[in-house]
Design a protein around this ligand. Structure first.
Ligand SMILES: CC(C)(COP(=O)(O)OP(=O)(O)OC[C@H]1O[C@@H](n2cnc3c(N)ncnc32)[C@H](O)[C@@H]1OP(=O)(O)O)[C@@H](O)C(=O)NCCC(=O)NCCS
Length: 173
C-alpha cells in the first residue's frame, strides 16, 4: 500500500466548511475543467450536509496552510445507497495515498449513515481513479456508453459498487 509519502506531516482530513469553497475552486477547475462544479454547487451540497442531511464533504488540509487545500471528497447517502459525489487530490500531492485515504473516509461516513452499498461512476479512461476505487474494494458492475459529454466527444463510464458492512435498513434521513 502506498503511504502518505516522505512528508513528515500526517495528512489532516476534516469536514468541508462553506469558507473552504473559495480555496478549492482553483483545484476544481484544474482537475475537472469543463465538468468543474461552481461555488454555488458546492454551497448547495454543503447545505445538505450535517447530521440531519444526506451529504458528507471532507477536505485535506494543505501542507501550505489553510489557504491551500490538498484535496477534497464528498458522498451522498439516501435510501441505504451511498454515491461518491467527488474525489480530488492536488496534482502535486497525487500518488501519495491521499486519494485512497479520502475514499476510505467516505466509506466510513457512508457506513455511519447506514448505507448498505456505495456506488460511483468513473470515466472509463480514468485509470488513476479506478485504481484507487479498486484498492478500496469497489468492483465494476456495468459500463454506461457515452455517459459523459467531453470536448473530445462522448466518453463511457464505469459504474462501480462497494458492498458495505451496514444493513441499509435505517430510515432515510
Ligand atoms: C483520482 C485521484 C483522486 C487519485 O488520487 P491519488 O492521491 O493520486 O491516489 P493514491 O495516491 O491514493 O493512489 C491509490 C492507488 O492508485 C494508483 N494511482 C494513482 N494515480 C495513478 C495514475 N495516474 N495512474 C495509475 N495508477 C495511479 C496508485 O499507484 C495507488 O495504487 P496502489 O493501490 O497499487 O498502490 C487523483 O488522481 C485526482 O484527483 N484526479 C483528478 C480528479 C479525478 O479524476 N477524480 C475522480 C473522479 S471519479
Amino acid at each position: 500500500m502506498t503511504g502518505p509519502g516522505p512528508d513528515p506531516r500526517a495528512p489532516s482530513v476534516r469536514r468541508m466548511r462553506w469558507w473552504d469553497v473559495e480555496a478549492l475552486l482553483p483545484l476544481e477547475d484544474a482537475l475537472f475543467a469543463h465538468e468543474a462544479w461552481s461555488a454555488e454547487t458546492f454551497w448547495a451540497e454543503l447545505a445538505q450536509s450535517g447530521p440531519s442531511g444526506q451529504r458528507d464533504y471532507l477536505v485535506l488540509e494543505g501542507l501550505k496552510g489553510p489557504e491551500g487545500l490538498d484535496g477534497y471528497a464528498g458522498v451522498s447517502v439516501a435510501g441505504g445507497v451511498a454515491d461518491v459525489m467527488t474525489v480530488a487530490v492536488a496534482p502535486t500531492r497525487q500518488g501519495q495515498g491521499l486519494g485512497r485515504l479520502l475514499v476510505q473516509q467516505l466509506v466510513a461516513l457512508a457506513e455511519g449513515r447506514g448505507a448498505a452499498r456505495m456506488m460511483l461512476e468513473v470515466r472509463a479512461d480514468n485509470a488513476a481513479a479506478q485504481r484507487v476505487y479498486h484498492g478500496v474494494g469497489f468492483e465494476r458492475i456495468a459500463v454506461r456508453r457515452d455517459y459523459y459529454r467531453t470536448p473530445d466527444g462522448p466518453a463511457d463510464a464505469w459504474v462501480m459498487q462497494l458492498r458495505l458492512a451496514s444493513t441499509g435498513d435505517r430510515d432515510e434521513r
